[in-house]
Design a protein around this ligand. Structure first.
Ligand SMILES: [Fe+2]
Length: 401
C-alpha cells in the first residue's frame, strides 16, 4: 500500500514536473519568437516608374542591354543586391526621379508587383541535387529561343544554315547546307537553354506524339528528375510564401492539370540555361496570371566564375544580382534581359572557340520555374507518359522503300 502511495506520489510529481517544463519551454519559445520578430529587418520596398515608352522598349526587342544603361540613365535605380520588393507605380510628383524607397502601407491597389528578391534562401543541399540533375542538359544548344536568344548573329547560328533568307531581327528562313534547299521553318541564334518537366506541344520527331507530354529529358532520365524534385518543391514553397495570391491562382490551375504538373507543385515546366545572357524579351507560353520564379546555381565543378549577368527590367531602370541560392519571383510579362558577363580571369585555353566566343562557359546555371498555360487543354488526357513509337524519320524511310 505504501509502495502504491509512493508510486502514485511519484507519478503525480513527475506529471507536475513535466507540466512545468512544458510551460517553461513554451514561455521560452514565445520569448524567442518575439525577440526574432523584433530583430527581423523589414524588407525594403522600392517604387519604380516607367523610364522608357512602350514603343521605345518594343524597338529594343532581341537587343542586349549593358549594365552601363542602368548606371548612366538619370532616372534608373540601378542594381538590387539585397532583399527587396519592387512595385511599379504611376509617374507622379512623389516620384520625380523614376524611383523611391517607401513603406508597405504606401502600396496602392493600382501599383503592380514587378519582383520580390530574397538572398540565400535555398540551401546547398537542394541546389547540389538540381545542379547534378541539370548540369549536362542545360548546356545543350537550341535554336528556338527567338528574341531572348539575341539579334541574329552569324557566330550563333546553327551549323546546318548555309545562308539567311529574308532575315528578321532574331528569326530567319535559310538555305540548308545539306541539300541547298530553302527551309520551310524559321531558325534563330543557338542558346544553351532547355526545357524539362512537362511540355504542351507534340514532339515534332514523332508522328504519334501526344499534345501534352513529358519532355525528353524527364522521360529518359527518371532518376535525375526524381533527385531534382526536393529543389523544385523548395522553390514552390518560396513562391507560395512570397506571392500567395498569384500562387493560389497558379496552384488552382496546376491542380486541374494534375497529371501534367510537377509533383504537387504549381509548376509544370522548368527552363534551364547555362551561362546564358538573354536579349530583351517578354516570356510567352506561361500562365498570364501566374508569376515566374528564377533561381541561380553556381557550378562548383566549373572554375570560370563571373560577375554581372544581372537580370534587368530596362523599362523600369532596375536590375537584380541573382546569385547562388537566391530566389527571384518576377513578372516575366514585363520586358527583361541580362547585362553582360564580366570574366573574373582564369585559363580559357581549353574552351572550344565557339563556346568561348559566345561566353557560354561561365559557371552560372539559371532555372525558371513556371506553368505552361496550354497544358490546361490536356487535363484528363491519359497519355502523358506514353513514349511515341513512330518517328518521322522511320516513317519517311519506310515510305521511300
Ligand atoms: Fe524570360
Amino acid at each position: 500500500m505504501l509502495k502504491k502511495t509512493l508510486s502514485k506520489h511519484k507519478k503525480t510529481s513527475l506529471r507536475k514536473h513535466k507540466h512545468k517544463n512544458k510551460k517553461r519551454r513554451s514561455r521560452k519559445k514565445s520569448k524567442h519568437n518575439t525577440k526574432r520578430k523584433k530583430t527581423e529587418t523589414p524588407i525594403k520596398i522600392l517604387f519604380v516608374t516607367t523610364i522608357m515608352t512602350d514603343k521605345a522598349i518594343k524597338e529594343k526587342e532581341g537587343e542586349y542591354i549593358d549594365f552601363s544603361y542602368y548606371t548612366k540613365h538619370p532616372k534608373a535605380f540601378g542594381l538590387c543586391s539585397e532583399d527587396v520588393d519592387v512595385y511599379i507605380t504611376e509617374p507622379n510628383s512623389s516620384i520625380p526621379n523614376g524611383w523611391r524607397f517607401g513603406y508597405k502601407h504606401e502600396i496602392k491597389s493600382t501599383d503592380q508587383l514587378l519582383l520580390k528578391f530574397r538572398k540565400n534562401v535555398i540551401s546547398k543541399k537542394f541546389t547540389d541535387k538540381a545542379l547534378k540533375a541539370f548540369r549536362k542538359q542545360s548546356k545543350v544548344l537550341h535554336d528556338n529561343r527567338g528574341a531572348s536568344g539575341g539579334l541574329l548573329d552569324s557566330n550563333k547560328l546553327p551549323n546546318y544554315v548555309a545562308k539567311h533568307v529574308s532575315p528578321g531581327r532574331f528569326r530567319t528562313k535559310f538555305i540548308r547546307k545539306s541539300d541547298n534547299q530553302k527551309s520551310q521553318t524559321l531558325t534563330s541564334n543557338l542558346a544553351p537553354s532547355n526545357i524539362v518537366g512537362f511540355y504542351d506541344k507534340p514532339d515534332r520527331n514523332f508522328v504519334d506524339s501526344p499534345p501534352c507530354r513529358l519532355t525528353a529529358f524527364t522521360r529518359d532520365h527518371p532518376s535525375l528528375w526524381k533527385d531534382s524534385l526536393p529543389f523544385i518543391k523548395r522553390c514552390d514553397r518560396l513562391f507560395k510564401k512570397l506571392i500567395p495570391k498569384r500562387y493560389k491562382k497558379q496552384k488552382n490551375k496546376a491542380d486541374k492539370i494534375n497529371t501534367f504538373r510537377i509533383d504537387d507543385t504549381a509548376f509544370t515546366t522548368l527552363t534551364i540555361n547555362y551561362s546564358w545572357r538573354t536579349g530583351c524579351h517578354k516570356d510567352s507560353g506561361d500562365l498570364d496570371e501566374g508569376f515566374g520564379n528564377l533561381v541561380v546555381i553556381e557550378d562548383d565543378d566549373n572554375p570560370h566564375s563571373y560577375e554581372g549577368c544581372y537580370l534587368g527590367f530596362p523599362q523600369y531602370g532596375v536590375c537584380v544580382d541573382v546569385r547562388q541560392g537566391d530566389f527571384l519571383a518576377m513578372n516575366v510579362h514585363e520586358w527583361h534581359c541580362n547585362t553582360e558577363f564580366i570574366d573574373l580571369g582564369g585559363d580559357t585555353s581549353n574552351i572550344k572557340p565557339n563556346i568561348l566566343k559566345n561566353k557560354w562557359y561561365f559557371n552560372r546555371l539559371s532555372l525558371v520555374l513556371y506553368l505552361r498555360k496550354k497544358m490546361l487543354r490536356c487535363k484528363g488526357l491519359k497519355t502523358n507518359k506514353k513514349t511515341p513509337s513512330m518517328s518521322r524519320l522511320k516513317l519517311k524511310q519506310s515510305r521511300s522503300k
